[in-house]
Design a protein around this ligand. Structure first.
Ligand code: ACO
Length: 428
């Protein structure tokens, strides 16, 4: 938990003579926090719907400075990680706190490769889902179901069990993600191949068939790896907080991560990449963009420009910048630079970045704005976009769950401002 208080705040409440003294703690960087934990004994709760000003935990994993567009994992800027590292190395960093040396890296990659298969009985679960089931619905179910298979490693108080679980989840997520796609296609599942890299293997399981191999282009494999890398962690977002909350009850990690997957599904969070493409489809052509910009600005219209805005970033999302570059590389490789969807995306971006409404509200493109376009160009169907986000986010979820479980923690249990009926008698 937090160290000693560096300062104190005094809270004066009307009609109460003595102010309440609240300790203030400082992190290594970022805003100080006021510890309000003792307020309850004074008869008060704090009130912060949407947790906009609430720090729910101490963490050493990821730091975001939304005003300046900064994202650091274990201190390393995301731009440097995207350029010099790769997804599995970032997984290691998130889980262990330091970059691996070459022996540690080789060992980690080998371990992940040797956990990629799922139990054959788990494969039968897929038969229970209708062929048009959304792959996120399948993923929530089958990740939760992993808890039924690994009784040997679900003692959450055992560090070795937690490590094996982390490896299993990172290794099996692409397999389960690809299986959820194959199920919808009515195609046989494709087994993982341990001679391929992580992103390459995912593309192989998605697109190969028993009749034909899939030749993975290095540019596309690199783009896929980067999409996973850019989504790997984002501190206490809605899905990670859900994982922590579920995990704080002592629930097993597979169940906790399944809860995170469910939270990620919504269009305000991980579902946004799918929503971006659906929105571009609805807009239809560059000529219709002004009409949609007008709708987005109308307070009485629920329409929002998907892929724009962020709770924390009030500046360019640093991941979006990297993703924009990757997007161009992929479209160039595929020879689809004059793609009409991309033309709409570019025009939308241009107008929104100049428009007074978006500038004033500091609404910039977020990571999902570009990831959807890349995924579509690679040939991944829109319903799979959030599944891919979930696959990429898995190490972040596990790292946060592990960080919480490794130290002292309390069950997460917010309070409320009750506005319902006061006590009344049941009618005779
Ligand atoms: N289009 C139009 N207006 C917007 C948009 C948008 N995309 N986003 C926010 N606004 C407006 C709101 O209407 C609000 O206006 P007001 O102050 O006049 O009421 C103001 O900007 C602030 O918006 P809030 O919803 O209060 O901001 P919040 O931090 O709660 O929401 C969110 C952030 C959910 C991401 C929001 O910007 C949004 O809905 N964006 C579109 C969905 C999206 O892209 N989500 C992906 C998030 S990133 C991720 O999960 C990887």
């Amino acid at each position: 938990m937090t160290d000693q208080a560096t300062k104190h705040a005094k809270l004066t409440i009307d009609g109460v003579s003595d102010p309440i003294e609240l300790p203030i703690y400082s992190g290594s960087v970022g805003p100080d926090v006021i510890d309000v934990g003792k307020l309850t004994s004074q008869g008060y709760f704090t009130y912060d719907p949407g947790f906009v000003s609430t720090a729910s935990c101490d963490s050493e994993i990821t730091y975001i400075d939304g005003d300046n567009g900064v994202l650091l994992h274990r201190g390393y800027p995301i731009e440097q990680l995207a350029e010099k590292s790769d997804y599995l190395e970032l997984c290691y960093l998130l889980l262990n706190g330091e970059l691996p040396n070459s022996a540690e890296s080789a060992d980690f990659v080998d371990t992940i490769k040797h956990h990629t298969m799922v139990n054959e009985q788990l494969r039968s679960f897929f038969k229970g889902f209708s062929p048009n089931a959304h792959p996120m619905a399948i993923l929530c179910g089958v990740v939760g179901a992993l808890s039924a298979f690994y009784h040997d490693s679900t003692d959450i108080d055992n560090a070795e069990h937690r490590k094996i679980t982390a490896h299993r989840l990172i290794a099996k997520m692409p397999t389960l993600a690809a299986m959820s796609y194959k199920h919808a296609q009515g195609q046989p599942f494709i087994y993982p191949r341990n001679d391929l890299g992580y992103a390459e293997n995912f593309l192989h399981m998605m697109f190969a068939t028993p009749c034909e191999d899939y030749q993975v282009s290095p540019t596309i494999a690199k783009a896929m790896d980067r999409i996973f890398l850019l989504h790997a962690d984002h501190e206490q977002n809605a899905s990670t907080s859900t994982v922590r909350l579920a995990g704080s009850t002592g629930a097993n990690p597979f169940a906790s991560i399944a809860a995170g997957i469910a939270a990620l599904w919504g269009p305000s969070h991980g579902g946004a990449n799918e929503a971006v493409l659906n929105m571009l489809d609805e807009i239809g052509s560059v000529d219709n963009i002004p009409e949609y910009i007008k709708k987005a600005k109308d307070k009485n219209d629920p329409f929002r420009i998907m892929g724009f805005g962020h709770r924390v970033y009030k500046n360019y999302d640093p991941r979006a910048k990297v993703m924009q570059q990757t997007c161009h590389e992929v479209l160039e490789e595929l020879g689809v630079e004059d793609n009409p969807v991309l033309a709409m995306a570019r025009e939308l971006e241009r107008i929104a970045l100049e428009d007074e409404y978006f500038v004033e509200k500091r609404l910039y493109p977020n990571v999902d704005f570009y990831s959807g376009i890349i995924l579509k160009a690679i040939g991944i169907p829109v319903e799979m976009f959030t599944v891919i986000f979930a696959t990429g986010r898995t190490p972040g979820w596990i790292a946060h769950w592990n960080e919480m479980i490794s130290g002292p923690y309390k069950i997460g249990r917010p309070r409320q401002l009750y506005k319902g009926y006061t006590k009344r008698d049941y009618p005779n």
